[in-house]
Design a protein around this ligand. Structure first.
Ligand code: FAD
Length: 428
């Protein structure tokens, strides 16, 4: 497994912002991370653990929505190496079976497809956890790393220059670093500062998220109902609880969000065909307008992009943050290698290595998810037939099933790398 340099840092003193304030102005950091969502915190922990002197420009605030993340493939391995996973694993639910159910009610319907992790020798495909819980664990790790300096503010300006880039915060503090990691989400300031354009397609779909309790156990089965407007997914949480991501036309999603608790419970039970028995919705509902975003490149002018600054996808196949965590792992690898030979981590050569590491993973997954979504929404009979046949083949042909399961977890070329070893996920 790659060493993110965590050894020897376990007992380092807890970082205190004030201790570093005086240093900030004259220090040139190896890396400045902008943005404190899950991708930004993971990237900051990973690069600091790889030995980089790191500044994190991110406002400290409670996580704002009730999304959960199905962490797949190498994500758990990475979080374990970064000493994040042991702090939150007790609050995650194992995902052992994935069911895809055609609930389109159309003339040509696909047969149900059921993937089981034991078919590919794993104890679980991954784990579902509330983002809020994951963020608390990440924040605790951020606070421990002595070479990770936190600036509790937002970046107002990012300026790439010849020898370094500067990040100026709203309160006027300036941090200089040789490499900036833009983890500042969809409206990325870092992406604009790098001069990287983005292709954006707004979808005629919104996702409603809420969490529920139910009478029957989920038995660690995640079930995805494919409706003509998008998937409605029931993903296990610990106990008799599940998180729901319900993709619908924007007006329908608004209508669902406005229902009373009893009405939404009933609607969710109907949509689930009562597989979980009686459903009771918990507090908190959030609506996410869906889009697909793809930047022209992933690195330029001393700036690299990670997380939603680098890719926005509809929530199909639980890929978004899993890709964001691979971004974090890859930038940490690239920075560690550069620092070990005295290379400038923001040089065009180093940025080129990150671009090469990320490009095919992000572009191929964005394409696959876009196609899966389009095929669901398409009313054209031949497209529905092709989709049904495709799913039938996936369900019926063993090697194809196993390939699909493995590719869903992580790209095949990446599985040969030790940090995404499936056996590690299987053992947990
Ligand atoms: C309904 C839904 C369900 C999903 N389910 C899954 C799933 O099961 N599995 C999965 O892998 N993915 C899933 N995703 C995707 C996943 O949620 C996202 O990929 C992930 O949350 C993105 O994290 P991020 O850190 O890149 O962005 P964000 O969470 O948007 O974080 C960006 C951060 O940057 C900060 N910021 C912005 N500008 C600045 C600035 N100028 N200075 C400083 N900070 C700044 C923001 O305040 C924010 O904190 C889902 C997405 C949706 C919508």
């Amino acid at each position: 497994m790659p060493d993110y340099g965590t050894r020897g840092l376990e007992n380092t003193p807890v970082n205190a912002d004030c201790r570093f304030m005086d240093e900030t102005m004259d220090t040139i950091y190896d890396v400045a991370v902008v943005g404190g969502g899950p991708a930004g915190l993971a990237a900051a922990i990973a690069v600091a653990s790889a030995g980089a002197r790191t500044a994190l420009v991110a406002r400290r605030m409670a996580y704002g929505d009730n999304r959960t993340t199905a962490l797949l493939g190498g994500s758990i391995d990475l979080l374990r190496q970064l000493d994040v996973w042991p702090r939150c694993e007790a609050e995650a639910a194992a995902l052992r079976v994935m069911r895809l159910v055609d609930d389109t009610g159309r003339l040509i319907r696909a047969p149900e497809v059921r993937f089981s992790s034991d078919e590919i020798g794993l104890d679980a495909f991954g784990y579902n956890i509330e983002n809020r819980t994951l963020m608390v664990a990440m924040e605790a790790r951020v606070a421990e790393l002595a070479n990770l300096m936190r600036i509790d503010d937002e970046a107002e300006q990012v300026m790439p220059e010849e020898a370094a880039a500067s990040v100026t915060t709203r309160q006027g503090q300036t941090v200089t670093a040789r490499l900036v990691i833009g983890a500042d989400g969809r409206q990325s300031l870092c992406r604009s500062a790098a001069g990287i354009g983005v292709t954006r397609r707004v979808l005629d779909q919104s996702a409603l998220t809420f969490n529920v309790t139910h009478d029957r156990p989920h038995k660690n089965v995640s079930t995805e109902f494919h409706t003509p407007h998008g998937p409605c997914v029931f993903v296990p949480l610990p106990g008799n609880r599940s998180s729901i991501v319900w993709v619908a036309a924007p007006k329908e999603a608004e209508r669902l969000k406005a229902l009373s608790d009893d009405e939404l419970s009933e609607a969710a039970e109907r949509q689930s065909h009562s597989i979980l028995g009686r459903i009771h919705v918990g507090p908190g509902r959030h609506l996410f307008p869906l889009a697909i975003e793809r930047p022209a490149r992933f690195a330029h002018n001393r700036i690299v992009l990670v997380g939603e600054a680098a890719h926005v996808l509809p929530p199909i196949g639980a890929q978004g943050l899993n890709m964001g965590l691979r971004d974090a792992a890859d930038i940490a690898d690239v920075v560690r290698d550069a620092l070990s030979v005295g290379e400038d981590p923001g040089s065009p050569q180093v940025l080129g290595r990150f671009e090469a590491a990320r490009r095919s993973d992000v572009l191929s997954r964005t394409f696959a998810i876009d196609m899966a979504n389009r095929s669901l929404l398409n009313d054209f009979l031949p497209v529905q037939t092709a989709r049904a046949v495709g799913l039938h083949l996936l369900g019926a042909i063993g090697p194809l099933r196993r390939l699909a399961m493995r590719e869903g977890l992580a790209p095949s070329w990446r599985r040969s790398r030790p940090e995404v070893s499936e056996t590690e996920v299987g053992r947990s």
